[in-house]
Design a protein around this ligand. Structure first.
Ligand SMILES: CC(C)(COP(=O)(O)OP(=O)(O)OC[C@H]1O[C@@H](n2cnc3c(N)ncnc32)[C@H](O)[C@@H]1OP(=O)(O)O)[C@@H](O)C(=O)NCCC(=O)NCCS
Length: 404
């Protein structure tokens, strides 16, 4: 069976809210956020009639309540896709949405369908991390993993232990730059166009959620230095150099290159390859290193070929280890998260993978000179995921580019 070319035609996300009663999505259902994304993808691409979408795949870490009942199917019905559109849900914790995209892409590549919507959602306000999990007691009783493995912030402290030259000061410096980049990107209007505004009911009445709630533009190095270290006494990981607890959804529209042409839709990027890899759960933030090495080995590319990297910043320490491993310049290599990352935007777990891809899509448009981009992230219990995309928003035609 010959694999077919898979292209990403469009992508959009909700604003990311703070989890909890102060967040603007507190009274909003997670599945309604997914519906908003699907409807917006249809609205922005009128050539795509609802009956042409054949598969709808969604990632969520907690698959119960408003994230349960097979989101891929329920959201297809709620969004008015046709009865014939199949749907399913996946869970790879933080990489749930990334896995939804790569699973849908694999279906398209192998000829199981031509057009799919895929994404991720996490309402961490309604579903606090791990709250209803029931880990097998053997994990701890048989010492299969240490207790740290179940608390992500502790795994980040472990990374500091693993690479002692990586100080708290460096983590704070990284976080400071991450916040500054988001300030600039918002000022330049780069983020607003990725977000579909959603009118939501809150304790203050109806509001339009059209801007992320998490960024802290007022961040200073002094402020960061003074924060508590909730995961270890005299530790290094703080609320300032970690991603936050957030609600949000993000999704993309995928199809074969031929179908995009037939419908008159402009493909923005082409899937080149993807890989997932496992690491010890206690150092889960190291995951993007082996998954990126794996995708490089499988595609024949190296970091020298990559013009843009969208790395999910679960924790600053984990981002810095990735930079160190692949020779990116600390604290703010121009190739890495040029418009900011999860330390500022927030990290609604399964929504973050598609968010990285949506960033790449927009960054590619601004950088027609860049051919390849990487989206990569770490995953709870010790995994990494890496996806390479080719920029189709270049002046060169894909045929010319292929001959380079
Ligand atoms: C680190 C964590 C525990 C902090 O949670 P929290 O205490 O609810 O966070 P808050 O936003 O209330 O911030 C705590 C304090 O730090 C302050 N703060 C946060 N970021 C700051 C910044 N950039 N500059 C200055 N102060 C900051 C807040 O103002 C707050 O101060 P206060 O206590 O005086 O009100 C939580 O964000 C977390 O668990 N993050 C990791 C999420 C995760 O594991 N995801 C999965 C990854 S694999």
């Amino acid at each position: 069976m010959q694999a077919r070319e898979v292209v990403l035609v469009d992508g959009v996300r909700t604003a990311f809210g703070r989890a909890g009663e102060k967040g603007f999505f507190w009274f909003t259902r997670a599945d309604d956020m997914v519906v908003k994304i699907i409807r917006e993808l249809l609205r922005r691409n009128p050539q795509l009639t609802p009956d042409t979408v054949e598969e709808n795949v969604w990632g969520a870490t907690t698959q119960e309540g408003d994230q349960g009942l097979t989101l891929g199917r329920t959201s297809a019905i709620l969004a008015g896709l046709s009865d014939a559109c199949s749907g399913f849900s996946v869970d790879r914790m933080c990489a749930g949405g990334m896995t939804a995209v790569t699973s849908a892409a694999a279906e398209i590549a192998l000829g199981a369908c031509d057009i799919a919507i895929a994404g991720g959602v996490e309402h961490m306000g309604h579903h606090p991390m791990g709250a209803t999990a029931d880990p097998n007691p053997r994990f701890l009783a048989d010492r299969l993993v240490s207790e740290d493995a179940l608390v992500m912030g502790k795994t980040a402290e472990n990374l500091h232990d693993l690479v002692p030259e990586l100080t708290k000061e460096m983590a704070d410096e990284y976080a400071y730059h991450a916040q500054q980049k988001v300030v600039r990107a918002y000022q330049e209007g780069k983020i607003q166009k990725m977000i579909v505004p959603m009118t939501v009911y809150t304790k203050e009445g109806w509001v339009v959620a059209d801007r992320d709630q998490q960024p802290r533009p007022e961040t200073t190095m002094e402020g960061l230095r003074s924060l508590k270290t909730p995961f270890r006494v005299q530790g290094k990981v703080t609320a300032g150099n970690s991603s936050g607890l957030n609600d949000g959804a993000a999704g993309v529209l995928l199809m074969t290159a031929d179908k995009a042409k037939e419908l008159g839709l402009t493909p923005k990027m082409r899937l080149v390859g993807f890989a997932y890899a496992g690491v010890r759960p206690e150092i889960m933030g190291y995951g993007p290193v082996p998954s990126t090495k794996k995708v490089f080995a499988r595609t024949g590319l190296t970091m020298n070929n990559i013009g843009l990297v969208e790395l999910n910043e679960a924790f600053a320490v984990q981002a810095i280890i990735f930079m160190k491993e692949f020779g990116l310049k600390f604290p703010d290599d121009p190739r890495l998260n040029p418009w900011g990352g999860s330390i500022a935007f927030g990290h609604p777990l399964a929504a973050s993978g598609p968010r990285l891809m949506i960033h790449l899509m927009h960054e590619f448009a601004a950088r027609p000179d860049v051919r390849y981009g990487l989206a990569t992230m770490c995953v709870g219990l010790g995994q990494g995921g890496s996806v390479i995309w080719e920029n189709l928003q270049t002046t060169a035609t894909p045929d010319q580019a292929a001959k380079e």
